[in-house]
Design a protein around this ligand. Structure first.
Ligand SMILES: Nc1ncnc2c1ncn2[C@@H]1O[C@H](COP(=O)(O)OP(=O)(O)OP(=O)(O)O)[C@@H](O)[C@H]1O
Length: 280
């Protein structure tokens, strides 16, 4: 099936070919809060198995879009289908990694307990985890390289280890779709590379991922597709897509300039200082 994206930029990918059922279908969708759209004009299919870099300046609506896909931000207009269902019904099959600054690291819980929480979404908190659940927690901790830290208090782990622990929580229930909100923020080179490798692996297993990031190099290294959001050009105007498609085709200089406006961005390892454009 072929559908058109609602791209505001000429010269970027206008049409994306998609085969099979998309993991996410957005039809003129908008998401926001208290009846006010914060990101809009979303008209695209995210193919099953794609790893999508979600890129855009601060306030362009990346987190709001991810929350909308989870059914946690209002779908103020249009239609959204996630894994063939409404966001609320699909939620138990979706793993999430929220932004690091939204975490409470003061709670007296171990890393193992944090990862185990990832099983509650699909099973409910009252059902015992059982042997299979404990094995899933151990395997997932092994996978993210944190088996040796299982009983360590979560708040005592380094930022990079916490990030991998939260990823393990997202992975433990074997989700088909993963939404990672700025997972690379604040990571040193080693943790960044480990996480990059994990993202590639998860994608090669056929899972669909959306990874929000400010780093275009990460998008190019780990993702198949890119969705570039532009902030509204007037204050309080909702964000909207500037480009969507295969990563090399969507991340053109024109699309990046349109999305980032006055911000300095990195493109193909060269620093590009973009200038404000008026929308044509
Ligand atoms: N809970 C909320 N209630 C009302 N408005 C909100 C809420 N959360 C975010 N917003 C507003 O929605 C807009 C988009 O915010 P959002 O956090 O989705 O952007 P973002 O692209 O993820 O930004 P950043 O890169 O800074 O995380 C902003 O204007 C923000 O102030």
């Amino acid at each position: 099936m072929t559908r058109s994206t609602d791209c505001a930029v000429s010269g970027v990918l206008e049409t994306t070919s998609v085969s099979g059922d998309p993991a996410i279908r957005l039809e003129q969708a908008a998401f926001g809060y208290d009846g006010v759209a914060r990101v809009e004009r979303l008209n695209l299919d995210i193919p099953t198995g794609a790893a999508v870099a979600l890129i855009g300046p601060n306030g362009s609506g990346k987190s709001t879009l991810l929350r909308g896909i989870l059914g946690l931000a209002e779908n103020t207009s249009g239609r959204v289908r996630v894994l063939g269902e409404t966001p609320e019904r699909a939620r138990s099959r979706v793993g999430t990694l929220p932004q690091a600054d939204t975490r409470d690291t003061t709670l007296p819980v171990s890393l193992r307990q944090v990862v185990t929480m990832g099983l509650y979404r699909s099973r409910g908190a009252l059902r015992p985890i059982g042997r299979a659940g404990r094995a899933a927690v151990n395997d997932t901790l092994e996978r993210v390289g944190l088996a040796a830290f299982a009983n360590r208090r979560f708040g005592e782990l380094s930022g990079g280890q916490q990030q991998r622990g939260i990823l393990a929580r997202a992975l433990v229930a074997n989700p088909q779709l993963l939404l990672l909100d700025e997972p690379f923020n604040g990571l040193d080179r080693e943790n960044r590379d480990t996480l990059l490798e994990l993202v590639r692996e998860l994608s090669s297993e056929g899972r669909t991922l959306i990874v929000s990031t400010h780093d275009l190099e990460i998008a190019q290294q780990a993702c198949t597709h890119a969705l570039l959001l532009s902030s509204g050009h007037e204050p309080h105007q909702p964000g909207h897509p500037a480009a969507f498609g295969l990563v090399d085709e969507a991340l053109t200089l024109g699309a990046v300039q349109h999305a980032f406006q006055d911000v300095t961005v990195e493109l193909d390892q060269h620093t590009v200082t973009t200038t404000r454009e008026t929308e044509g």
